[in-house]
Ligand binder design. Structure first.
Ligand code: G3P
Ligand code: CA
Length: 238
């Protein structure tokens, strides 16, 4: 199974920070899973939420601040004083960190309906700038975003995230017209039938977010291809 470090080594470090990503590399995770959004000046930055309120000492929306403004905030202290002074990473900084490391990226695009459309363009440009196109995959709850990524790059590996049970899931995915590399269900919805149908179609199944050894072993035995987890070192040890 591929072990995907969810927001980095996020059980032990503030999520989506360089410290968390270095921790994922040290944990020998197969992938880092990270969330990208656009700053006011159109730079892909790494943050889960639309605002910086939960994970920094600021309050604004990401898209209301430039990178220089975002960099003024502390993204570490909310987690622990050991991480005081951690800054929001740009996506480019993450690429610079991992380009010479044996780790891949699962890039989750966080687009909202009011977000600029060029998140996908700007993200892809950076991936190609660092020659990382063969070491990344893209995933999103926003399936319009996945369609845009595919239209921009037909070789992109695309993963559909979904947090609910869908009737006729595989018909739904086929109808999007986006060749599907993987599905990323909330792990509570995974069934053996889903895994069988995915594998019959050449589609991988990556489960999120699996933080418990018992579940991890259950999904491994069911044939799940990847685990998205806050505990990459522990899951690798399994
Ligand atoms: O990859 C899916 C996983 O990250 C779950 O979504 O809310 O943590 O971005 P979220
Ligand atoms: Ca995510």
């Amino acid at each position: 199974m591929d072990i995907m470090a969810h927001r980095g080594n996020s059980a032990y470090c503030p999520e989506n920070t360089m410290a968390s990503f270095r921790g994922a590399v040290e944990a020998a995770a197969d992938f880092i899973e990270l969330d990208v959004r656009l700053s006011k000046d159109g730079i892909p930055v790494v943050c889960h939420d639309a605002t910086i309120k939960r994970t920094s000492n600021g309050k604004a929306f990401i898209h209301e601040l430039t990178v220089d403004e975002l960099k003024k905030y502390d993204f570490g202290s909310w987690f622990s004083s050991d991480f005081k002074g951690e800054r929001i990473p740009t996506f480019e900084e993450v690429l610079q960190l991992v380009q010479h490391e044996p780790i891949r990226l699962n890039i989750e695009t966080k687009n909202g309906p009011d977000m600029p459309m060029n998140l996908e363009v700007n993200t892809l440009e950076l991936v190609y700038k660092y020659n990382m196109q063969d070491r990344v995959m893209y995933s999103s709850f926003d399936h319009f975003s996945l369609k845009r990524l595919y239209e921009l790059d037909q070789s992109a590996k695309i993963g559909f995230i979904f947090h609910m049970n869908l009737i006729n899931l595989f018909d739904y995915i086929a109808n999007t017209g986006v060749p599907t590399y993987s599905i990323h269900p909330n792990h509570f919805y995974i069934t053996e039938d889903m895994i069988t149908k995915a594998h019959q179609r050449g589609i991988k199944v990556n489960a999120y977010t699996v933080n418990n050894r018992q579940w991890a072993e259950q999904y491994r035995n069911m044939g799940v291809d990847g685990l998205i987890t806050n505990f990459p070192a522990e899951m690798k040890a399994l």
